[in-house]
Design a protein around this ligand. Sequence first.
Ligand code: SIN
Length: 330
Amino acid sequence: MKMIKTLLASAVACTALAAPVVNAAPIEIKFAHVVAENTPKGKMAIRFEKLVEERLPGKVDVKVYPNSQLFGDNKVLEAMLLGDVQLAAPSLSKFQKYTKQLQVFDLPFLFEDMEAVERFQQSEVGQGLLKSVERKGLMGIGYIHNGMKQLSAYDPLKAPADAKGKKFRIQTSDILAAQFEQVGGIPLKKPFSEVFTLLQTKAVDGTENPWSNIYSKKFHEVQPYITESNHGLLDYMVVTSKEFWMGLPDDIRPVVEKSLKEAIAYGNEVAAEKTKADRQAIIDSGRSKVIAMTDAERQQWVEAMKPVWKQFEDEIGKDLIDAALAANQK
Ligand code: SIN
């Protein structure tokens, strides 16, 4: 009897082993970000979801969480290392706990325009920076643009002296703090999800962001003046955890990577369009006065803020700053 039972048990086990795996659960990829869906990053994430699910039906399930729904800025990378989220694209200003090198992107008045940013990001040095977070268990997959930042405030900011004594909300970046301190401002590091309320309640006087963030989050409705300063960059690094990425099956990883790269290229097209369209929409709304700077006015801001380069040169590396600067040459 015992022998019959053993034979039956092994027959059942063999059948189970031989049976095809049906209904294997799809791999879940949670993509968390803090901006609205109608932004370069928001649209890029949705495009990625569509591409992957078309190419890997039933195998991969992408869930996009916009507007800080899942994690805010300061938590998302920690959550990624714990396996609670698989993809994010934080602003390059939010990586300073993971690498000092990416701080190069925060230096004020470093890049002349977005073409220079693109040249630097695609250069050997720029591509090397994607690896700068690997020591901490993260992997940079690519950059995605948002655009140049503009200064906004309750009062017009024409000359650097206009910023004196004013509180500015900034991202979690020591360089951005130093930049506002250079003009006598008081920087406050606060999450993106709190910016509208901080501005609306006048808990801060002003802030800095690219046109698409200002428009999509309605900052222009609570900031009567926007100075078209183009003084710094707000771009993103699409990032995942090394453990998750390397754990993806070999037939899945390349498809996910290809889809991400295509979605990034699309996001960059959206960024170029939105920079123009959202700037115009803000002007047309009449809610905020857009102040242009003359070359001489701009030069005053450059001179006031540029000492920050020297202040952070040792942390970032002079070679890196020089390589970024060289990208201004066509
Ligand atoms: C973002 O664009 O992801 C947020 C930028 C910010 O925190 O100002």
